[in-house]
Design a protein around this ligand. Structure first.
Ligand code: PMV
Length: 320
C-alpha cells in the first residue's frame, strides 16, 4: 500500500466544442473537436485530519459518498483510481471550480474527471501516462453519458484541434484558418445520453440513417482540408451541410434552428449545433472579429444567454 501524499494538489483541464461530426462519431466515423483552453476547470485536493472525504462544487457540498447521482462519475473514478494505485486513502476535501457550463456540449464531465485524476496523481505522487488518464476519463464518461465515442476524453486534455475516429490514433490538425468561431449558449440544457440513444434507435428504425452518417464522415474529411488550406468559406458550407444531417438525425430543436438562421443572416459563413444537441450551444463561423461581434449582437437580441469567441489562429502559436 502507498502512503505517500502531499498536503494539497491541483489538476486542471479545459472545455471543448465539436466542430463537425458529432453523433456519427459514436458509430465509428470521423469528427473534429477543438479545445477551448480559456474555459477551464480546476480540482483542488486538500488533506484533512479527520472525517469523511468531502466534495465541494457549485451545486453540492458534503460527503463524497452521499453526492447526488449526477456526480457518480466523480465518485466512481475517484475510488477506482485509488484502488488501482493501491493507495490507502486519507480523508481529503475535493474542490471543483468550473467555468465550463454543464450540459451544453462543452465537455464539462470529461474535463472535470480529467482535472480530478491529474490532481490525484500529483497529490499521491503517481506517474500518469496519457493513456491511463484517458482510460479513467472514459470510465467517467460512460457513467455520465452511457454510449460514448471517447472524443471528449481526448480533446479536454489536448492543446490542438483533434481529428478523432474510434479505433484509430487521434491526430492533431494543424489549422491555418483565418477566422473565428462564435460559440453561443442557447440557455437550454441538452441531454447527451438521451440524444445518443435516440440516434441509435433511429439507426435501427430508419434505413436512411446509416447513409447520413457516411455523408457526415465525408463532410468531416472535407473540413480537415479546409482547415489546413485556409478555406474558410468552404468550411462554412460544410458546417451548414452537417447541420442538415443533424436535423435529419432529430437532434436539433426549433430553438437551435432559429439561432442558427439568425447567425447566418447576420453574416456567419456557416452555423450548426455543437455536441449532442437537444439544447446546448450553437457555433457560427465568422470571417473576422467584427462580423463575429455583429452576429453576437443579433443573437443577444434573440435572448442569447452567453457566448465565447474562439480564434483559430490561437492554435498556431501553441505547442502540439
Ligand atoms: O454534448 P457533448 O459534449 O457530451 O458531446 C457529445 C458528442 C456525441 O458525439 C453526441 C457523443 C460522443 O460520445 O461523441
Amino acid at each position: 500500500m502507498n502512503q505517500r501524499h502531499l498536503t494539497s494538489a491541483s489538476g486542471s483541464a479545459h472545455g471543448k466544442i465539436i466542430l463537425m461530426g458529432e453523433h456519427a462519431v459514436v458509430h465509428g466515423t470521423a469528427a473534429i473537436a477543438l479545445p477551448i483552453p480559456s474555459i477551464s476547470v480546476t480540482v483542488d485536493i486538500f488533506a484533512k485530519h479527520q472525517g469523511p472525504t468531502e466534495l465541494e462544487c457549485s451545486y453540492y457540498q458534503g460527503p463524497l459518498k452521499q453526492a447526488p447521482e449526477n456526480l457518480r462519475n466523480i465518485q466512481e473514478v475517484y475510488h477506482q483510481v485509488l484502488q488501482e494505485w493501491r493507495i490507502c486513502e486519507v480523508p481529503v476535501k475535493l474542490r471543483i471550480k468550473s467555468h465550463i457550463p454543464h450540459e451544453r456540449g462543452m465537455g464539462s464531465s470529461a474535463a472535470v474527471v480529467t482535472a480530478l485524476v491529474r490532481a490525484l496523481a500529483t497529490f499521491y505522487q503517481q506517474e500518469l501516462p496519457m493513456t491511463e488518464l484517458h482510460r479513467y476519463v472514459n470510465i467517467g464518461e460512460e457513467i455520465a453519458h452511457g454510449k460514448t465515442s471517447g472524443l471528449d476524453t481526448i480533446v479536454t486534455s489536448s492543446s490542438q484541434p483533434v481529428l478523432f475516429q474510434r479505433a484509430e490514433v487521434p491526430k492533431s490538425i494543424h489549422s491555418q484558418l483565418d477566422g473565428c468561431l462564435l460559440i453561443a449558449d442557447s440557455g437550454h440544457t441538452g441531454n447527451t445520453r438521451l440524444a445518443v440513444e435516440s440516434v441509435c434507435q433511429r439507426l435501427k428504425d430508419t434505413p436512411d440513417t446509416q447513409s447520413y452518417l457516411s455523408q457526415i464522415h465525408d463532410l468531416v474529411k472535407g473540413a480537415v482540408s479546409a482547415l489546413k488550406d485556409n478555406q474558410v468559406e468552404t468550411l462554412g458550407q460544410l458546417m451548414n451541410r452537417n447541420q442538415e444531417f443533424l436535423q435529419k438525425l432529430g437532434v436539433s430543436t426549433p430553438q437551435l434552428d432559429h439561432l442558427i438562421q439568425v447567425a447566418r443572416h447576420a453574416g456567419a459563413l456557416g452555423a450548426k449545433l455543437t455536441g449532442a444537441g437537444l439544447g446546448g450551444c450553437i457555433i457560427a463561423l465568422c470571417p473576422n472579429q467584427e462580423i463575429a461581434r455583429h452576429i453576437q449582437q443579433a443573437l443577444e437580441a434573440e435572448g442569447l444567454q452567453q457566448s465565447w469567441f474562439l480564434n483559430f489562429n490561437r492554435y498556431q502559436s501553441m505547442e502540439v
